[in-house]
Write a protein that binds this ligand. Structure first.
Ligand code: ADP
Length: 199
């Protein structure tokens, strides 16, 4: 089974592209979704996080208060390493489980939507890497206009990610999403019909 990494900077249109692959029958492993799943109520990671970052990061209904956790965890290197030590192995195990499940089903290729694929060096473990490319200014515009994000927040998040040039340098295929959304489907269809990951 081939694992096709799909990545791009925040607001580049990864989710939109991932959906087009899903529409064509590709199974999707969504890294953001996995990261949310492992901290759902009752999951062991939640209690481990509470032990380190405070019991009040779990709300009365048993859910994770993400904002409070982020405020406490992403303050310095030491705390960031602590949260990563708790969450990363569980994310990795769950991701592997999903891949294994698809492999057992005899799936030919799976899409792995992972925003930090290149940032984290995971691109090297992929059979093929697709980067969705959009200019930074257009991404800010879309995040503000369609996702209601604060402009400064959007810029800050973009700055915390790997520079576009480095991400693009790791691409096996680039999907250009600078133009209208309708231009995505033909590019995805072309890629699927070429299926370079099977070559
Ligand atoms: P990502 O998953 O990479 O963060 P999304 O797929 O959520 O990005 O896209 C960001 C926003 O931009 C969404 O609101 C999406 O509907 C919109 N969008 C995606 N592609 C285009 C496009 N070509 N033109 C205009 N808006 C787009």
């Amino acid at each position: 089974m081939k694992i096709i990494g799909l990545t791009g900077g925040i607001g580049s249109g990864k989710s939109t592209v991932a959906q087009l692959f899903v529409d064509e029958g590709f199974p999707l492993v969504d890294a953001d979704k996995v990261a949310r799943e492992i901290v759902e109520p009752g999951q062991p990671a939640l209690q481990e996080l509470a032990d380190v970052f405070g019991a009040d990061i779990i709300t009365a209904t048993g859910e994770l208060d993400r904002q409070l956790l982020a405020q406490r965890a992403f303050v310095d290197k030491e705390h960031t390493e602590q949260i990563n030590a708790i969450t990363h192995p569980k994310i990795q195990a769950r991701t592997q489980e999903l891949f294994d499940g698809y492999r057992e089903q005899g799936v030919e290729a799976v899409i792995y939507d992972m925003p930090l694929l290149v940032d984290n060096g995971l691109d090297r473990a992929m059979d093929w890497v697709i980067v969705v490319d959009v200019s930074p200014e257009e991404r800010v515009r879309r995040l503000v206009e369609y996702r209601g994000m604060d402009e400064e927040d959007a810029r800050r998040r973009m700055k915390s990610q790997i520079p576009d040039g480095l991400r693009l340098a790791s691409a096996d295929s680039v999907i250009d999403n600078n133009a209208a959304e309708e231009n995505l489907k033909p590019q995805v269809d072309q890629l699927i019909s070429d299926a370079p990951w099977l070559a």
